[in-house]
Design a protein around this ligand. Sequence first.
Ligand SMILES: *Cc1c(COP(=O)(O)O)cnc(C)c1O
Length: 761
Amino acid sequence: MKLDLTYQSFAEIIGGDADLKEAKSKIEVVYYDTRLISRDQKGVFFAIKGHKNGHHYVQQAFEKGVRLFIVSEHVDLPEEASIIEVEDTLKALQELAKYHRSRFSYPVLAITGGVGKTTIKEWLYYLINDHFSVVRSPKSYNSQLGVALSLLELNDEANFAIIEADISKPGEMDALEEMISPTLGIYTGIGKSYADNFESEKVQHKEHLKLFKHANICFALEEQSSPLRRNKINADFTTIEQWEEYGVYDFTFPKNAALVLHVADFLGVHNRELKEKVLELPVLPNRMEVFEGQNGNLIINDTYNIDIDALEQALNYQFTSNERQEKVVVIDVSYVDEDRRKDILQVVRSFDPNQLFVLDEDHSLPEEVFQLKNTSILFKGSFRSDLSKLVQRFKNRKHETWVEFSLRAIQHNIDVYRSKLPEFTKVLVMVKASSYGTGDVNIPHFLQQIGVDYLGVAYTDEGTTLRERGVSLPILIMNTEQNAFDDVVNFCLEPSIYSVEQLNAFIDYLDQKGLDDYPIHLTFETGMNRLGFYLEDVTEIIETIKSSKAVRIKSVYSHLADADNNDTGFTQSQIEKFENIRDSFLAEFEQPIIFHILNSEGASIFGQQAGFDMIRLGIGVFGYTSRAEKDELKPCLKWKTTISQIKTIDPGETVGYGRTFEAKSKMNIATLRIGYADGFRRSLSNGVGEVFISGQRCPVVGNVCMDMTMVDVSHVNCQTGDEVEIIGENITMQEFASNLGTIPYEVMTSINKRVARLYVR
Ligand SMILES: *Cc1c(COP(=O)(O)O)cnc(C)c1O
């Protein structure tokens, strides 16, 4: 995309209220997603209200160098920002696309219909690309937004454009038609009916065909002739028989192939050439990947995008290939809106798979998927859903080190704590440090799904990550840096305030922004001596807060220092101090305030007496408190690796760096795919650490290396590729932690990022 428009001309094209700081500056590209912003190109940011509200990201866009913003709500941006306020930012983008389109007079061919648009687009491109310089919609950009973005790709070097257009309900095509204003068209028909939103098939045809009301010619199969005639569209029909001898029947979509050949022929591609090219038509576009997986499964990995075309192609492939009789579909529909979800699932069901697994926000795979054997498994999701990473597990289990988290255990553990509390007590889960090392967002999404009330993190950026990845629960930030106030407010995060200076700073900040009634949490010192107000501060806090409209106390809390001590004396004294603090607030404020002090260990014993209004769980959720067994918590983590080689060594030979181990007798040594860089620390060298292979404990021999570790398997019947337990049922978290002289918290948070994370139900 290379626009070359000044801010001023921008304002003229899209209209609206412009406040331009540099009217003559130039714009080259359009951004609507801050992740795509490149500092090398001067861009304009359109704050679009889609799956997320783009207005929440303007600050970020500014920081990445954008200076022109198109908005439909008030936004706070630094002085240098130029802002154009319009009624509807998507419409404004469409205006821009329309303007841009009007600058080019070469043919623009639009494709619409129920199915096959993307294949047709890609095939046509393939067939005519030696004759024309073609611009085409990227991926399946065919929505109101996608079409606008596609059109902005038109440029002077091209002389032909192919644009996809898709609608899901009546009334949507007019805007697309105005923008694209196609000279040529391809109509694929409405296919299997996903006609939910349309009154009848007739209406559905009619709505689609609005796209071609000004086109010179629309190409279609003969079988579509009646809707085209009824809607008075200039049409050129073909039949599949006409192209029979080209081998179109070999394709998964023979009709589409015939249609494309017809259009290419019309556009002047020679028959001879067509015949040759047809053989090369890409059979599996859309980044679908097929491989032999473990347990005799055939894995079809199509986790790049989840539009209906791509889905149909993948399913067609799966159901026409006879390599495995059992067909199972695993589909991740998070990031897909309700309506489209229904359509998508309807398409999948129409193929009647033996089993269908639908994954939602937590993206976790049901245990049953791992038990499948000799089955063809289609994995379908969008690139945003992380499914592709999970799929790798089915391919490469034998080549990696991974850590598995059981969501079932997590749910069970939370239920255990709930059973220890009075019914009204809320549960906050601390998901700081990537949820105790379990990964950025999967566990938070799961917690949100199972009805946890609150989340807590240590620092603001942890909160923004959660928001950016779709977590909507209230989020408490323990340690709010002053320079993060903007993010706090933009991402609706709730800061903990621990000093009078910080309280004043935040109030000043809010006053400056003209915000009031912002929820805050006050944290009090009762014995931890880490962060917090003192009891003596209470009067001043109350005065400050009462004299300002800026903030509202959402909660007041403190933190236990010694809750895992069998002697509960100190904990009780903290609870008493906290009760005093609570009384002072209750006496002064009528509004409800949430009081909380218990962590996992505390909740295990004092849940009934001192749960107050909420508890804050952390390690207990994962099943690793000192009272885990008594509380019947389930450990949630399994850490595994595999054997890469087994060697037999003779007495006198040494193993590893520094030659710290010398064999006394002939022995077998297995090299494992794990090292201190994974979190299997070097202090586990020479017998301090043990792993579990085929029912036997195997001590580490020699020094642990960065990426590999050697263990003694002389007494074990094992082979290359075998699974090795690092932590699990046999080597427990407690044992592993105590071998390292540390606690489960540190073990969990020091499993390196490069270790694959897998979530199982
Ligand atoms: C981490 C943390 C928790 C959770 O503690 P666990 O011991 O993991 O249950 C609760 N409250 C605060 C303030 C914390 O920092």
